[in-house]
Design a protein around this ligand. Structure first.
Ligand code: ZN
Length: 461
């Protein structure tokens, strides 16, 4: 019996324990963006460290960042073996709105072959897999085919504000031949895919102020400035009727996408009517093609209103003229766009459409992140693509992703290595919404796949 077969058998046998471990992980409310959950975040970091110790890794440490800690671990180095760095995160999105959950978000519930809990798909299930796999090698006494390091952070869901400085100052310890990310979902449950590009992100808050205080609409309505009215007029100028961004300078620097992604879009058979059905929206008329929709999701930038507020929105009525109103805006960026330049272009646009008699204030949220693309010739990319295809019974496509994973750029910049995504979550698992779930068949399959990936990366990472 080969070493790999021994490891795979061990993983099958310990699957029930692994599932219990995943449930325990999901019971920890590690919401990184909300200070009310600070204890939960600390507990989750300690849980990850304990798992890595239980997996027999000789070096396991919490790395303080000034925010939430990251967990670092490494196997005992074997000379002349390549080294991979496994990336993932233990923090989760906020569970709100709570009333939309069928079962409580931090009480994992198993139904229909799925585990439901906040964070189970993003990223607790996927990141637990490589920890279990390395543990299976070490505990079975099978020599690891590669040296493995782990860097599991706790701020991914709040924009990783301390991550890049951490990588920069730890670059000697993190040195590796390739990064394998356990974060970054597969695109569709029925179609194996590897993610080769992701969009960047920039964010800003817009506040418009008219009078110094809220006013009575009977006494002042018609004469006083209404900040909600000014704001919605301004926001309406940011897109055309088709939803395309009209901000001058927004598209500056955009570079053409990888032709492999276009080919995947055309090969995917993406069904537009089904898409609108799945998101519970009425399809627009005329119905756009599936290709158009995917091009928009993967290859075009966006400007999205994430929230608009001002005045009174409670029950009943309140006859108020709001003094101020605001909106939260984020943009997904494509290759070539600079987060700072995009933000500046939006600010210039808003200043140019600000009505007189109002004040505009802009709040920023860090530097944002550029879009990311993997070097298409990276050997590890072909290895992971072929392996996934074999395991899932059809060839894996190279796809882009509309979401943002800034780590690829960070690792390239400071460690000089490429990043591949090898995640067993799927993009439809509601991971930023109520009733997040993880397909348990992928929890099982992912463990076998990771065991094999480590063996194949030994040949040429
Ligand atoms: Zn994630």
């Amino acid at each position: 019996v080969s070493g790999l077969a021994t490891v795979e058998t061990a993983l099958e046998q310990t699957y029930p324990d692994a599932l219990e471990t995943l449930k325990a992980f999901c019971r920890i409310p590690s919401v990184s963006t909300d200070p009310a959950y600070r204890e939960g975040v600390r507990t989750a970091a300690a849980f990850v460290a304990d798992q890595l110790r239980a997996a027999s890794l000789p070096v396991v440490e919490l790395l303080e960042t000034g925010g939430h800690p990251a967990v670092f671990a490494e196997t005992r180095p074997i000379e002349d073996r390549p080294t991979i760095l496994v990336y993932g995160h233990y923090d989760v999105q906020p569970p709100d709105p709570l009333e939309k959950w069928r079962t409580p978000p931090f009480e994992p519930d198993e139904r229909d072959g799925r585990l439901y809990a906040r964070g189970v798909s993003d990223d607790k299930g996927p990141v637990l897999i490589p920890m279990l796999v390395v543990g299976a090698y070490l505990k079975a006494g099978v020599e690891l085919p590669v040296n493995v390091k782990f860097l599991i952070e706790g701020e991914e869901e709040s924009g990783s504000p301390h991550f890049e400085p951490l990588v920069e100052r730890s670059k000697d310890r993190l040195a590796c031949d390739v990064v394998v990310s356990a974060d970054g979902a597969m695109w569709r449950a029925d179609l194996p895919s590897v993610t080769v590009a992701s969009r960047g992100l920039t964010a800003l808050d817009v506040t418009v102020t008219g009078a110094a205080k809220d006013l009575h609409s009977g006494r002042h309505g018609g004469s006083a400035p209404n900040a909600v009215r000014a704001l919605v007029r301004m926001l309406a100028t940011l897109h055309d009727a088709d939803g395309r961004v009209t901000v001058q300078g927004f598209m500056d620097g955009v570079t053409p996408p990888d032709p492999a992604i276009r080919a995947a879009i055309e090969a995917s058979g993406f069904d537009a009517a089904r898409y609108f059905g799945e998101i519970g929206a009425d399809p627009p008329q005329p119905l756009p093609s599936g290709i158009d929709l995917l091009v928009r999701q993967w290859l075009e930038p966006t400007l999205e209103f994430n929230g608009v507020f001002g005045g009174y929105s409670g029950s009943g009525t309140k006859t108020v003229v709001p003094a101020s109103a605001g909106a939260k805006i984020t943009c997904r960026l494509v290759a070539g766009q600079s987060p700072a330049r995009v933000r500046d272009a939006i600010v210039r646009h808003l200043e140019s459409v600000l009505p007189t008699g109002y004040r505009l204030d802009i709040g920023l949220h860090g530097p944002g992140s550029e879009a990311f693309a993997i070097d298409p010739d990276l050997p590890a990319l072909a290895i992971s693509q072929n392996l996934l295809g074999e395991m899932m019974g059809k060839p894996a496509l190279r796809v882009a992703m509309g979401a943002t994973i800034p780590i690829g750029t960070v690792f390239k910049r400071h460690l000089g290595v490429g990043t591949i995504f090898f995640s067993f979550s799927t993009a439809d698992e509601d991971y930023h919404a109520p009733n997040e779930f993880f397909r348990l068949e992928n929890f099982r399959l992912g463990q076998i796949a990771w065991a094999r990936l480590l063996a194949r990366l030994a040949e040429k990472p």
